[in-house]
Design a protein around this ligand. Structure first.
Ligand SMILES: Nc1ncnc2c1ncn2[C@@H]1O[C@H](COP(=O)(O)OP(=O)(O)OP(=O)(O)O)[C@@H](O)[C@H]1O
Ligand SMILES: [Mg+2]
Length: 257
C-alpha cells in the first residue's frame, strides 16, 4: 500500500481535480485505490458524488469524533470500480483541531487504521495546510505537487516545500517527493512555457513530462460529479490525466524496485 498526498499550499491549483482523476485512472488500471478527502470544503467527495447534505453518509469527521480504530465503516465504493472514497464534510477542520486539543493526541489518522487491500491511498489536502494535512504527511510515502503554470503560482510553492521539509525532518523521514506537474497549462501563452521551464530548472527529473492543459470539460465533470473519464472520455483533460497517471504509476514501480 502506497500513500500519496496531493499538496500545494496555494488554492485553486488543481489538487482536487488531480486527486480525483488520478485516483480514478489508477482504479481503471486495475489498482484498488482509496481517495481520502482531508479538505473541509469536501470538493473531492462532492466530485465523486458524496455530498453529506444529500446522502447523510458518515465522514472522516465522524470517524474522528467517534474515535474509532478502523476506517472501514466510513469508506464507500464510488461510481468507478475499484475506487473507494472516505468523504469529508465542512465540520472536519474545526473538529480536528478541537479534538486534538482535547485529547492531546498528536494525530488521528494512522496507516494501521486504513483497511488492507488498497494498492494506493490518495489524500486530497486543503490549501493553507493545517494539522490534517500534516497528519497525512506524517504517514505518507509520497507527495505529488500540482503547480498552476501561471505567474504567482511559484510563490506558494516555496511555502509548500518548507512544509514538506518540516514533515520530513520532524515527522516522517521516509516521505519523498514523487513529482511535480503543471496544471492549467495554456498552450497559447509564453507564460505557461516559462513557468514549466522554471519548474524543470528547479526540480529536474522530478517534473512529469505530462502537463494538464486548460480544459473546461474538467470543470463540467466536477459539476456533473463524475471523474472526467466518465463525463467525457474523449476530452483532452481525460487523456492527459490518463497519461499522467501512467507516468506516476511507472515512477512508483521503479522506486519500489
Ligand atoms: N486543467 C484545468 N482546466 C480548467 N479548469 C480546471 C483545471 N483543473 C482544475 N480546474 C478548475 O479550477 C478550479 C480549481 O481546481 P481544484 O478545485 O482542483 O483546485 P484545488 O487546488 O483543489 O483548489 P483548493 O485549494 O481550493 O482546494 C475548479 O473549478 C476546477 O474545476
Ligand atoms: Mg481542493
Amino acid at each position: 500500500m502506497k500513500l500519496i498526498v496531493m499538496i500545494n499550499n496555494k488554492g485553486g491549483v488543481g489538487k482536487t481535480t488531480s486527486a480525483v482523476n488520478i485516483a480514478a485512472w489508477l482504479a481503471k488500471m486495475g489498482e484498488k485505490t482509496l481517495l481520502v478527502d482531508l479538505d473541509p470544503s469536501a470538493s473531492a467527495s462532492i466530485h465523486l458524488g458524496f455530498e453529506k447534505v444529500k446522502n447523510n453518509h458518515q465522514t472522516l469527521c465522524d470517524f474522528i469524533i467517534n474515535g474509532g480504530s478502523d476506517l472501514t465503516s466510513y469508506i464507500y465504493p464510488s461510481i468507478i470500480d475499484k475506487l473507494d472514497c472516505l468523504p469529508s464534510e465542512p465540520a472536519l477542520g474545526e473538529f480536528y483541531d478541537d479534538m486534538q486539543q482535547e485529547t492531546e493526541a498528536e494525530f488521528f489518522l494512522d496507516k494501521k487504521k486504513i483497511p488492507a487491500g488498497y494498492r494506493f491511498v490518495i489524500f486530497d489536502s486543503p490549501p493553507n495546510m493545517g494539522n490534517l494535512a500534516m497528519n497525512a504527511l506524517a504517514i505518507a510515502d509520497y507527495v505529488l505537487i500540482p503547480v498552476q503554470t501561471q505567474y504567482l503560482a511559484l510563490s506558494g510553492l516555496e511555502l509548500t516545500l518548507k512544509l514538506i521539509d518540516k514533515a520530513q525532518r520532524h515527522l516522517n523521514n521516509q516521505l519523498k517527493i514523487l513529482g511535480v506537474f503543471g496544471t492549467h497549462y495554456d498552450r497559447r501563452t509564453n507564460v505557461a512555457k516559462e513557468v514549466y521551464q522554471i519548474l524543470q530548472d528547479k526540480f529536474g527529473s522530478l517534473v512529469f513530462d505530462t502537463v494538464i492543459g486548460v480544459n473546461s470539460k474538467l470543470i463540467e465533470a466536477y459539476h456533473a460529479q463524475k471523474p472526467i473519464m466518465l463525463y467525457s472520455a474523449s476530452a483532452r483533460g481525460s487523456k492527459e490525466y490518463k497519461q499522467l497517471t501512467k507516468e506516476i504509476h511507472k515512477r512508483i514501480k521503479k522506486a519500489d524496485g
